[in-house]
Ligand binder design. Structure first.
Ligand code: R1P
Ligand code: GUN
Length: 314
């Protein structure tokens, strides 16, 4: 290689590095006022989805991992696949099929999200919960959140069903709150209280229905903590989460709950305890996504029975 071609190679790789550095700086200095979808984007998405149906449900359900079976109780379903909605993210996790389902449950109109978005999929936090704004724009007033979670409370068992009393937004506490960015007051206020986010009456109703159906012994009420994932917690980390006061851990729900609250929605949350988190440092037990899906599948019918009655009574 001649000296001049070597020079050229060196200079072009320097230029590349400079360009890369410039791009990185631009990303770091991203103007927060342009992050996210505008109010108009959200309205447009909502209107385009609603073109598929005459239904105008007020109850929205987000199905957790492996909990898409809730859709089996929907009568006359009309599905709208996420990939047909311009600007909508796509589901990438097994157990999240990636579509909206409109229909009725015992005559009551509902909208299901079969497939949510998680931070660990690579979506920025504001995108993870953006569909909640779309649901609000479609007329949803009551948001029912479901998830698969690991049990931290040692009194819990795999297969238990935990009604959320409260949550801990671990990403939010460490600077990844879903509401970071310029606030558009048409979505909700700049500052929003998140205490008391989970509707007490809805919680009581769910518990009562589950108990009447004979499932009282597996019902729990507790606190959900969100971690970013996709790693399941180490035993030492899980001990910290338990010390924080959490009863169950998962990688979702909290951003949706916060955005729902910001949008003045009534919120209910329920976790299926798909596995018990190992708190024993040194243990070789390794939970898998398949374990989570298996428990979700085993409890599908019970959750369906409870949801039929629950939705009827909202
Ligand atoms: O929270 P959902 O979506 O139910 O899923 C839970 O299950 C997955 C892990 O198996 C994680 O995504 C965790 O958050
Ligand atoms: N251990 C554990 N189990 C889960 N099941 C669903 N999510 C989780 C999680 O974050 N940790």
């Amino acid at each position: 290689m001649t000296r001049s071609s070597l020079d050229w190679k060196f200079r072009s790789s320097e230029n590349l590095r400079f360009e890369e550095r410039k791009q990185r700086m631009a990303a770091i200095n991203t103007d927060l006022s342009v992050i996210g979808y505008t109010y108009e984007d959200i309205q447009n998405m909502a209107q385009s989805i609603l073109k598929n149906t005459e239904l105008r449900p007020k109850i929205g359900i987000i199905c957790g991992t492996g909990l898409g079976g809730i859709a089996d109780i929907v009568e006359n379903p009309i599905t709208v696949s996420y990939d047909t909605i311009k600007g909508f993210p796509v589901s990438t996790v097994k157990g999240h099929s990636g579509k909206f389902v409109f229909g009725t449950i015992k005559g009551k109109e509902v909208l299901l999200m079969m497939g949510r978005f998680h931070y660990y999929e690579g979506y920025p936090m504001w995108k993870v919960a953006m569909p909640v704004r779309v649901m609000k724009a479609m007329g949803i007033e009551v948001l029912l959140l479901t998830n698969a979670a690991g049990g931290l409370n040692q009194d819990y068992k795999t297969g238990d069903i935990m009604i959320l009393k409260d949550h801990i937004d671990l990403p939010g506490l460490t600077g990844e709150c879903v509401l970071i960015g310029k606030n558009d007051e048409r979505f909700g206020p700049r500052f929003v209280a998140t205490n008391g986010a989970y509707d007490v009456e809805l919680g009581k109703k769910f518990l009562q229905i589950a108990t009447e159906l004979g499932h009282g012994s597996i019902m729990r009420e507790g606190i959900y903590i969100m971690i970013g994932g996709p790693t399941f917690s180490s035993a030492a980390e899980a001990r910290v989460l338990r010390m924080f006061g959490a009863d169950a851990v998962g990688m979702s729900t909290v951003p949706e709950s916060v955005v729902g609250r910001h949008s003045s929605m009534k919120i209910f949350g329920v976790s299926l305890i798909t596995d018990m988190v190992d708190l024993d440092v040194g243990s070789q037990f390794q939970v898998t996504h398949e374990d989570v899906l298996r428990t979700a599948n085993e409890r599908a019918l019970i959750l369906q029975d409870i949801f039929v009655k629950f939705v009827q009574q909202i």
